[in-house]
Write a protein that binds this ligand. Structure first.
Ligand code: FES
Length: 106
């Protein structure tokens, strides 16, 4: 089973903020959406853009390369030119530390 990776202290990831961490082979973007943590792979399914470099609009991140929109809660691709979802990951808080885990290969 893969290990949990530390993202940030709770106070350092306020609502509306996000942070990217390396977890094994994946870059994962962890978001605080109105106090709810969610995590997606920092990889646009259209052509590999770094989603976390885009703009956040509510719970939607806009790919900075060609404008595809993804829900950061579900990973769903909401608009062309992306059609496939990006991966989502479990997030937890342990002793005040936000953690994420790439559980795809467990
Ligand atoms: S790489 Fe993200 S929309 Fe093209």
């Amino acid at each position: 089973m893969s290990d949990w990776v530390e993202v940030a202290r709770v106070e350092d990831l306020p609502a509306g903020a996000w942070k990217v961490v390396d977890a094994g082979d994946a870059r994962i973007a962890v978001f605080n959406i109105d106090g709810c943590y969610c995590a997606i792979e920092d990889l646009c399914t259209h052509d590999g853009g770094e989603l976390a470099s885009g703009c956040l609009d509510g719970d939607v991140i806009v790919c900075p390369r060609h404008g595809a929109r993804f829900c950061v809660r579900t990973g769903e691709a909401l608009s062309a030119p992306a059609f496939e979802p990006t991966a989502v990951f479990p997030v937890r808080v342990e002793r005040g530390i936000v953690q994420v885990r790439d559980d795809r290969w467990d």
